[in-house]
Write a new protein. Structure first.
Length: 751
């Protein structure tokens, strides 16, 4: 999909980093270090709660609102990767930087479900290079890029020691599994990378995530759904969780998993006191001209606290906000020393942290997964839900319990946006015949990525074969069978300009009967790459495209191997070369209109001219129905018994379009359909909250009640209250009360 609105470009590499600390921008230089308990800023131990946002996955106009919501959610730090292939698409040509960071994960390998792991493709063609190991050519390039980034940070005075917001940096990324597999060369490389980073003199600590043996002063950190097993590799280093993966499903299953995940998250605080935890805070969509990797949808992440539209995903966002506030109340005790363990029952225990000023904070845990537990702690009684942790900032009042989800649940829906006249579609279909002026010929079959160097996702293979009129198949009617073995990812087959089908799957084989005529026949194969690999010890060596053999069976001579014939190659599509997605390019071809618009025809461009979008509700996206490449099979085939939600639906049908890309009038939408879809099923939609609900228990712990009780303003226990609110611009139209007991059903269908 491409949108061109008054020549606004899709590619958004107009800023290097935009990541803000809670204080926005420090004006006073500080010192950053660490000890065994915590990261220290100006000598003060801190518990830092961080959120991860990938800046290329949202538009610059969205950033202020995202920052505001992360602050409101209780975050101290925002973390981001640096995307090398976005900033240096060609050697030595970095894009001008703008913006700020707090935890700068330079890598420069990022994985991140990002094309080629963030590496620029040109890197693999440097002679003798081998990625992420003790390899001279790679280390030279890695050091050059890392130094460029650090030099820019210093020049812009963005380091905390210069008065800026950057308090942490990361070198490499999740290298532990690689080191385990590659052995001694990998260990030598990680030691070199650590020393290289420290020698850059940033003045802030460096980390290596998911690497247990991070050397010297580099802090080893944990990534994962659970990190309760994690420990630092040196006693003088703090414990840090750099990626706390928040993903899970929706409905009641989400609530159950949310409770479990919060139990694990809080359990790490209870036992280990990590000095930093980073939540994958935002579900995002790739907005640049990149894929996330092989067959990775552009809609990124899964059920994050902020969705890809920048809207709150409740109750996850609210429950996390409450957790963050509860942890902050305990911060002075958490960083003061190790906890004292008290056994409260067979499966129940208390971890008590003492404040230096006196008093304590406690974490009461019930490990029983089925039953409530009544426990006594410091002459008071507590009823602990199963598989939960309660937080007591003063060792008396409960302000938070992982299983008591008090945050409201929000139901979202996509609403069609009223449009004046809707979309008026025109179509242009690609031709399988090649323009000889932009082709080259070679003997044999070439690998696609090494040939195109990722300049396009498409590579044409064309050859001619002469068929003798005396061939027996002309008499018996048995069509010859063309077989094409491809390394993936997708393939179209044309014989004399007519389509003979397509396939999409890693490592595929096309085999089908084809109609040939006497004389010269043209065989055209269109190989399609669907993203580059982004993870693995040797991902730079992975192949794509038609590698052969290509054979024709059923001739008088039997089997004819076409693999080593002369093949004519062409990069890309005609529509790409003409920039049909742009306003000017769309004027260079004749488009079919009205009843002539092709439907369900492969390799077809569709455009809608001058559609209007005057409503503010034009800020969300497009709905794509009945389009190809849309169903995600689980474990190779669809099984409804494995599905928990949205069963049988497309893996992605909503595509976020930032409001800043659209004008009230004069918009151009261009869609390229590879397999054959119906543009009439595309619509402009608005994402909004359809309903909100909450489930409050009789003695639900709340921070507000705790603050009132701790202040001495009340001398009795306070009952919790339900708080429901709509999104900005919405009003509550009706209130439905379920029951005072335990209702059946879930949000939207209580009974």
């Amino acid at each position: 999909m491409a949108i061109d609105s008054n020549s606004k470009l899709l590619v958004m590499w107009n800023g290097l980093f935009v990541v803000l600390l809670a204080s926005w921008f420090s004006s006073v230089s500080s010192s950053v270090s660490y000890d065994s308990r915590a990261i220290t800023i100006n000598g003060q131990r801190r518990i830092l709660i961080s959120g991860s946002i990938h800046y290329p996955r949202s538009s610059p106009e969205m950033w202020p609102d995202l920052i505001e919501k992360t602050k409101e959610g209780g975050l101290d730090v925002i973390q981001t990767y640096v995307f090398w292939n976005g900033h240096e698409p060609a050697p030595g040509k970095p894009v001008k930087q703008a913006g700020l960071n707090v935890h700068l994960r330079i890598g420069p390998y990022v994985c991140a479900e990002w094309n080629f792991g963030g590496f620029p493709v040109w890197l693999k063609y440097i002679p003798g290079i081998n990625f992420r190991t003790d390899n001279g050519p790679f280390k030279v390039q890695m050091q050059n890029f890392t130094k460029k980034i650090v030099d820019v940070m210093k020049a812009e005075r963005l380091l905390e020691t210069q008065g800026g917001p950057i308090i942490l940096s990361q070198i490499e990324n999740e290298y532990g599994p690689m080191e385990y597999e590659l052995g001694a060369p990998a260990k030598a490389y990680s030691d070199w990378a650590a020393k290289m980073a420290v020698d850059l003199g940033t003045g802030v600590p460096w980390i290596m995530c998911k690497q247990d043996d991070a050397p010297g002063p580099i802090i080893n950190t944990c990534n994962g759904f659970y990190c309760d097993y994690f420990s630092h590799n040196k006693a003088y280093k703090p414990k840090m969780w750099t990626e706390a993966w928040t993903g899970c499903l929706v409905g009641q299953f989400l609530i159950d998993l949310l409770k479990t995940w919060h139990f694990q998250l809080q359990g790490l605080y209870k036992k280990e006191d990590p000095s930093l935890i980073t939540i994958c805070i935002m579900e995002e969509q790739i907005l640049a001209e990149l894929l996330g990797g092989p067959f990775i949808a552009t809609s990124y992440d899964y059920d994050a606290p902020l969705d890809e539209y920048g809207l709150l995903r409740q109750p996850k966002w609210g429950h996390l906000k409450d957790l963050h506030r509860a942890i902050k109340l305990c911060e002075p005790a958490l960083v003061s020393g190790d906890p004292t363990l008290m056994q409260l029952g067979i499966d129940q225990e208390a971890h008590v942290f003492n404040y230096k000023s006196g008093g304590c904070a406690a974490f009461l845990a019930d490990y029983d997964t089925n039953s409530f537990a009544k426990v006594a702690f410091r002459d008071m009684h507590y009823n602990l839900p199963p598989w939960s942790i309660s937080i007591l900032p003063d060792c008396k009042h409960t302000v938070y319990n992982t299983a008591r989800v008090g945050a409201q649940i929000a139901q979202k829906k996509m609403v069609p946006v009223p449009m004046h006249g809707g979309f008026s579609w025109q179509a242009y279909t690609e031709e399988s015949a090649l323009d000889v002026d932009s082709t080259f010929t070679m003997v044999g079959l070439l690998e696609q990525i090494n040939t195109t160097r990722d300049s396009t996702d498409y590579l044409w293979y064309t050859t001619d074969i002469e068929i003798d009129p005396s061939e027996e198949f002309f008499k018996n009617g048995k069509s010859p069978v063309l077989s094409v073995l491809s390394a993936g990812h997708a393939l179209h087959v044309f014989i004399n300009g007519s389509s003979y089908g397509s396939l999409e799957f890693p490592k595929l084989t096309f085999s089908d009967g084809v109609n040939l005529r006497a004389g010269i026949n043209k065989i055209s194969l269109l190989s399609i790459a669907v993203g580059l690999p982004n993870v693995g010890p040797h991902f730079k060596t992975w192949n794509a495209s038609v590698l052969g053999p290509v054979t024709l069976n059923g001739l008088n001579e039997g089997r004819k191997d076409l693999s080593w014939k002369k093949w004519t190659y062409k990069f890309g599509l005609k529509g790409e070369a003409l920039n049909l997605h742009s306003l000017s390019g769309s004027l260079t071809v004749e488009w079919a209109q009205g009843s002539l618009v092709a439907q369900r025809k492969p390799l077809t461009w569709y455009k809608a001219n001058n559609f209007q979008c005057s409503s503010r509700k034009c800020s969300v996206g497009f709905r794509y129905e009945k389009y190809g490449k849309s169903v995600c099979n689980y474990a190779g085939y669809y099984d409804e018994n494995k599905c928990r939600t949205n069963c049988g639906e497309a893996s992605q049908r909503w595509y976020h379009v930032p409001r800043s890309w659209l004008n009230p009038t004069g918009n151009l939408l261009v869609v390229f359909e590879v397999w054959g879809g119906d543009p009439n099923w595309i619509s402009l939609v608005w994402r909004e909250t359809d309903g909100v609900c909450a489930d409050i228990h009789e003695w639900q712990p709340t921070l507000m009640n705790y603050q009132m009780q701790a202040s001495g303003k009340v001398d009795k226990a306070l009952r919790p209250k339900v708080h429901l609110e709509c999104d900005a611009g919405q009003k509550i139209s009706a209130v439905k009360f379920a029951s005072f007991g335990t209702p059946d059903g879930e949000c939207g269908s209580y009974s």
